[in-house]
Design a protein around this ligand. Sequence first.
Ligand SMILES: *[C@@H]1O[C@H](CO)[C@@H](O)[C@H](O)[C@H]1NC(C)=O
Ligand SMILES: *[C@@H]1O[C@H](CO)[C@@H](O)[C@H](O)[C@H]1NC(C)=O
Ligand SMILES: *[C@@H]1O[C@H](CO)[C@@H](O)[C@H](O)[C@H]1NC(C)=O
Ligand SMILES: *[C@@H]1O[C@H](CO)[C@@H](O)[C@H](O)[C@H]1NC(C)=O
Ligand SMILES: *[C@@H]1O[C@H](CO)[C@@H](O)[C@H](O)[C@H]1NC(C)=O
Ligand SMILES: *[C@@H]1O[C@H](CO)[C@@H](O)[C@H](O)[C@H]1NC(C)=O
Ligand SMILES: *[C@@H]1O[C@H](CO)[C@@H](O)[C@H](O)[C@H]1NC(C)=O
Length: 453
Amino acid sequence: MGFFQKAIASTKLRGFINILVFLLFCLNFSVSDAYDALDPDGNITVKWDIISWTSDGYIAVVTIFNFQKYRHIQAPGWKLGWTWAKQEVIWRMVGGQTTEQGDCSKFKGEIPHCCKKDPTVVDLLPGTPYNQQIANCCRGGVISSWVQDRGNAMSAFQITVGQAGTSNKTVRVPKKFTLKAPGPGYTCGPAKIVKQSKFIMPDKRRATQALMTWNITCTYSQFLAQKAPTCCVSLSSFYNDTIVNCPACTCGCRNSLIQPGTCVDLDSPHWASALSSSRKNIDTPLVRCTSHMCPIRVHWHVKLNYKEYWRVKITITNFNYRKNYTQWNLVAQHPNFDNLTQTFSFNYKALTSYGSINDTAMLWGVKYYNDLLMQAGPYGSVQSELLFQKDKTTFTFKEGWAFPRRIYFNGDDCVMPPPDAYPYLPSASSHMVIPICNLLTILTSLVLLVAYH
Ligand SMILES: *[C@@H]1O[C@H](CO)[C@@H](O)[C@H](O)[C@H]1NC(C)=O
Ligand SMILES: *[C@@H]1O[C@H](CO)[C@@H](O)[C@H](O)[C@H]1NC(C)=O
Ligand SMILES: *[C@@H]1O[C@H](CO)[C@@H](O)[C@H](O)[C@H]1NC(C)=O
Ligand SMILES: *[C@@H]1O[C@H](CO)[C@@H](O)[C@H](O)[C@H]1NC(C)=O
Ligand SMILES: *[C@@H]1O[C@H](CO)[C@@H](O)[C@H](O)[C@H]1NC(C)=O
Ligand SMILES: *[C@@H]1O[C@H](CO)[C@@H](O)[C@H](O)[C@H]1NC(C)=O
Ligand SMILES: *[C@@H]1O[C@H](CO)[C@@H](O)[C@H](O)[C@H]1NC(C)=O
């Protein structure tokens, strides 16, 4: 086969591979809505331990464990709801409160904390008086992820329930649990009566146990949480001037003529007043006008090439004027993460979800230094550099290999540019068809190719 045919075949192959990669990408994207391959067992478990019986019910400690590797709950925090099976009321609560008391007009003497059939409980705020606290309460509903800060990956409150059963035969488990964090996204299963919890005393010389325990498991789905993505990825490299921006309209389309005020246009003379006048709804983002309209952009820049190592710079930019991201985290998938040598100014932990292949890393800010990603503006970005050691058998700058396969910000899948738009080496197969007879060009490309390895 002549050189010309070879070049054509390789372009065809390249096109085919691109289509294949793109199809896989699409497939991955839709599958990840229901099932998170990077954290297949991730869940939030609510454990309900009855610690004593009372004259008309029981006292229980309810603990919310976040068993998700990288998805955390940030301010304004979780909201746990359920529906009582009988006519239960909540007499008292410690370390938490219901959002509404409901109609307690039937009660004389002591008035219950809540008489609603379907109460919603929230955490208390930091600074709550000590006599209203229990262990792991009062963090304003904020729960860390399991990998980032295991010690703060739970939240608890104590509840005194009346008009309930007073033995494990007569108590009925509550139904229809809901967990908001604070928006939608979680689905909770039914409460299951499980083996009673054991509590080991601090001196480890005695263990007590709950009188009765039930568990509720809640799982997250990005699809339920919000239809539109919230984050996108842009790419660049030292070997090609092209900056591949986030795909247009990733998170919404800029259309300030039809809906003025949906984004902040820094070119408009009125942007400062637009910003201050639209402080109404904290939960809906107010983003800077961009082609992608995403609140968060993650930029991956292939920065330097050394003989044994190569270096990437990651920049996370907040385009949302209404949100500071506390304890943000990033999950990135790239085959070279098995040989990450150093990260600068971010914390790092390998996430091993496929047995021994650790191609996935979790990155998050250093406490008090860059763990707060400030609202859009001059301080609205954080950055870090990663140093990878090359594995000579797999390393290449070709075919977009140096770019990430997948990025999550705070557990949400970030939309990548389509693989065929990635910056590519100024040489290689796709350019070979035209300068085919120019030996000098081919030689130069070969030299470049070798130099970049
Ligand atoms: C919830 O997560 C924990 C910790 O990863 C795991 O042991 C448990 O099996 C999970 N529960 C469910 C129902 O998936
Ligand atoms: C209920 O209590 C009895 C002892 O009083 C115990 O044997 C039984 O295991 C308990 N059942 C549950 C579901 O906790
Ligand atoms: C119930 O939840 C607790 C806390 O997450 C866990 O330790 C326990 O294994 C769970 N029990 C069952 C049967 O899932
Ligand atoms: C973000 O934090 C800064 C500094 O703590 C504060 O001035 C600003 O108001 C906060 N912005 C939002 C949207 O909460
Ligand atoms: C990859 O995972 C293995 C097993 O968990 C671990 O021993 C190794 O240090 C990890 N490699 C890197 C670069 O983190
Ligand atoms: C890192 O790269 C070296 C050299 O290619 C290789 O021998 C080693 O197995 C790699 N380490 C890991 C953890 O993959
Ligand atoms: C850089 O990559 C882009 C694809 O994103 C390509 O169109 C362009 O030709 C490349 N530039 C050079 C100098 O090869």
